[in-house]
Each structure stands twice: as C-alpha cells, then as structure tokens.
Design a protein around this ligand. Structure first.
Ligand code: NAP
Ligand code: HSE
Length: 429
C-alpha cells in the first residue's frame, strides 16, 4: 500500500449535498488520512453556473466544463451529486470508461439505468458506490450488498421518503389537513417547490427499485414499481385508522414470492405496535426480513445536507481504501437472476374501506354479500351513526387478491344504496 499518497477527487454538483460533501471532506481531512493512510483532495467542482457564490468552495476550483475533469488522468474519484438523468448518465459512464471510481447519490439514474452503469463499472473493474441514493444517512445499500449477502432475504419494507412521513405525522398527531401539512413541509425545506415526486410516491419507488434489485439479485427498474401517493389520504382516514389501532404511513415494500418479485409503494395502515409506526417526522426506516437473518431494522435521517453528505463520504473513503489496496470493483452488479415482477392485481393485501351508504334496512347485508361473492372476506366492520340518512361504513378485510377486491369495488360503485366510496387503503399483515 502506498502510504501518504494524495488521492484526487472531483465533485459534480455543489448544491445541498455537494456543498455538504465539500465541507465534510475538509472538516475530516486528518481523520480521513488516519483511517485510510491517504489524503483526499477535492480540487475540481463542476457546476452549471460558475458565477454563483458557493460558501466555503474556492471559486478557482469551480468549472462548468466536464471535459476538464474527464480528461484529467490524476482525478481518481468522481462524486456525482448533480441529480437527474442527463447529463449525469453520460458523465458517469465516461468517468467509468476512463477508469475512475464513481460515487453517486442519484436514485433517479440508478433506478432506471443501474444495469448499464454496472456494466460500465465492471468493464474497467471500477467501484460504483451509491449508499446515499436510498434513505440518506441510513446504511442500507452496503448492508444489503455485503452484511446481509447470506441472509436469504425475502422482504424489504420501509419508510423511505421523509417529506411524506413528515406530512402524515402532522396529519396524524396535530389533526392537520393534507394541504396545510404540505405547506408546512415546503416551508421547512423538506418538500421541493414541485413536491410531485415525493407525494406521488415516485421518489420512494426509485429507492424501492434499487433495494429490490440488490435484495433479490434481479434487476428491477422504476417503471416496474407500482406507485400510489398520499394525496388522497384524509384526516378521516387517519382518525378511523387510529380507532382500529393503526397509523397511516407511506410504505415501500418488496417481497420475493414463488411467482416473482412484488414491488410497490402506497399508503398503508401499520399496527401501532409495529416498529415502523414509531418512525415519525422526516425520519426514514427500512425493515428487512430474511430466512437466515430473521428481522432487522435500520433507522435515521433520510435526507438533508450533512446526513446525505456523511453517506457519500463513507463511500468515498471506501473507494480510497480500495484504490490503495488495488481492490476496486470487487462488488459488481449482483443481478444474476432474471425474475418476473408481479402485476399489482396479482398481489395479496388486506384493505381498509370507507363507504357512505344510504341508511336503509338490508344495506349492510347487500354490501357484505357483494364482497363475499367476490372472495373478499370482512375481518372488522364499524357503522357510524347516520347523518341525514347517510351512514358511514368502515370495513377492514382479510387478505384478498387485489384483482378480486377491485372487481368488488366496481360492483359496489354501481349500487344505488352506495352514495360514495370515500377511500381504501391497504393494511399491513
Ligand atoms: P441540488 O441542490 O439541486 O444541487 C445540484 C447541483 O448540481 C448544483 O450545484 C447544480 O449547479 C449542479 N448541476 C445540475 N445540473 C448540472 C449540469 N448539467 N452541469 C453541471 N452542474 C450541474 O441537488 P441536491 O439536493 O444536492 O441533490 C443532489 C443529488 O443527491 C440528487 O441525485 C438527489 O436525488 C440526491 N440526494 C439528495 C438528498 C437531499 O437531501 N438533498 C438526499 C439523498 C439523495 P448550479 O448550482 O450551478 O445550479
Ligand atoms: N425528497 C426526499 C425525501 C429526499 O423527502 O425523503 C431525497 O431522497
């Protein structure tokens, strides 16, 4: 090993995470040297706008020309923190072709082009690290790829979007409406100015695609993930869920079944005693189950400048060690299987169903009949006192194939006794 060497790195992007990485790399200079035996020097930073003031980053190391980094043979590590697909995809592929190690936090890219990126990394025996792409500071990628490699994983589920967890926590604990909670999340900087990817479940879906691919050794891409967001969740849903002993969370879940991989993101009623129920505010958590390892849970900060930068720097330190020991690229793609992804209609769930019904004799029996005829068995039902001749029915079903539940819903929608199907949410268990 080459003691006292300086390893040069370049940052692509100096926004929230890139700025944090630059700060942390400086703050931990001596620590990194002690841990690795080498010094880290980030001496080029790619940005769109060089004239923008960047706190703590000397203007002379800023560049808006990717070629300056790509063609500098002395730069051994490229840290991609620009986000988005283009030009990040091209830059990472080019960096790998040039034999540079790559660290990225880009979930959009990995969830769509993971296979291509790993192929490029494998060709040159390069590291491609992406711990920060899922759940920020929480170590989950490395545990899935390394520590749990022999765990015979069968399920990964979690809360992997901080913005929606914050919104649902405010709705649940302070009785806020969805709009009010979203406004607060935006003011506090949790939600983006365009919060679509968070509230519609796309951000969580990308993270699930990445975790499913690693857990089950079979490539899953974002378009294969079923996603449903939290925009239709109401204060009433949350209140009734509480009465039944549940909290509402946006859950990402992937399971290995005999018919293929289930991979989905949707709101879910979680029993209030389940460990994920106590994950509040903008915290994230990932719960895994394996035949060999049984249950394990990881929890922490899923986003933000320093939490995300800490995960990125952990990867950079790993790259430095691999460079010094000549062991780069030792963990490849890992997707040696080609398993099908199950359509959502063929998965099995329990459901919480809220219906407004004309309060007249036989209404409940009719509804129970339609559900039963379609293979939907009722586990619990509560009828609320009627107002102006309309009663509210809140039902929790047993496990049912989603296709059968949807068939029953379509028939219920056409019944004259039913005023409105106010909503349905999947239930854990
Ligand atoms: P950000 O604040 O928007 O910063 C993006 C940076 O990239 C900016 O400095 C921007 O330059 C630069 N950039 C964008 N496009 C560029 C281009 N075509 N050429 C050169 N520079 C370009 O983003 P962020 O929040 O730091 O996120 C970065 C990555 O980390 C994303 O992949 C994101 O998904 C991931 N991530 C973020 C968090 C988080 O908490 N923010 C958590 C986990 C993962 P200018 O400054 O000149 O515009
Ligand atoms: N927007 C994401 C969240 C952070 O709210 O969790 C980046 O993954």
């Amino acid at each position: 090993m080459e003691q006292g060497k300086t390893i040069r790195a370049a940052l692509l992007g100096a926004g929230t995470v890139g700025g944090g990485v630059y700060k942390l790399a400086n703050l931990l200079k001596e620590d990194i040297f002690q841990k690795t035996g080498a010094r880290l020097e980030i001496d080029k930073v790619l940005v769109r706008d060089r004239s923008k003031k960047r706190e703590g980053i000397p203007s002379e190391i800023l560049t808006d020309r990717w070629e300056e980094i790509r063609d500098d043979d002395g730069i051994e590590i490229v840290i991609e923190l620009m986000g988005g697909i283009h030009p990040a995809l091209d830059y990472i592929q080019e960096a790998l072709h040039c034999g540079k190690q790559v660290v990225t936090a880009n979930k959009d890219l990995l969830a769509q082009y993971g296979a291509q990126l790993f192929e490029a990394a494998q060709e040159r025996h390069c590291d491609l690290h992406f711990e920060a792409s899922v759940a920020g500071a929480i170590p989950i990628i490395r545990p899935l790829r390394q520590s749990l490699a022999a765990a015979e994983l069968t399920e990964v589920m979690g809360i992997v979007n901080g913005t929606t967890n914050y919104i649902l926590t405010k709705m649940s604990e302070e009785g806020m409406g969805y709009g009010e909670a979203l406004k607060l999340a935006t003011r506090l900087g949790y939600a983006e100015s365009d919060p679509t990817a968070d509230v519609e479940g796309y951000d969580a879906g990308r993270k699930l695609a990445i975790m499913a691919s690693i857990a089950f050794n079979s490539r899953v891409t974002f378009p294969q993930v079923y996603t449903e967001g939290i925009t239709k969740i109401t204060a009433e849903d949350i209140r009734y869920a509480k009465e039944f002993g549940y909290v509402v969370k946006l859950i990402g879940m992937t399971r290995l079944t005999d018919e293929g991989i289930e991979v989905k993101v949707h709101p879910m009623l979680i029993p209030d005693q389940h460990p994920l129920a106590s994950v509040r505010d903008s915290f994230n958590a990932v719960f895994v189950h394996g035949k060999a390892c049984d249950d394990a849970m990881f929890m922490g900060r899923g986003a933000g400048e320093m939490p995300t930068a800490s995960a990125v720097m952990g990867d950079v330190i790993d790259c430095m060690r691999n460079l010094l020991h000549g062991s780069c690229g030792k963990i490849g793609c890992g997707c040696y299987l080609n398993l099908p992804v199950k359509p959502i209609e063929e998965t099995v769930s329990r459901f919480f169903l809220r219906i407004q019904v004309t309060d007249r004799p036989g209404a409940l029996a009719n509804i129970a009949g339609i559900l039963g005829n379609n293979g939907v068995s009722i586990e619990q039902v509560v009828q609320k006192k009627s107002h102006n001749g309309v009663a509210e029915l809140v039902i929790i079903t047993d496990n049912v194939r989603e296709r059968y539940f949807n068939d029953a819903l379509r028939i219920l929608e056409g019944m004259s006794v039913i005023q409105e199907i106010s909503g349905y949410i999947r239930v854990y268990g």
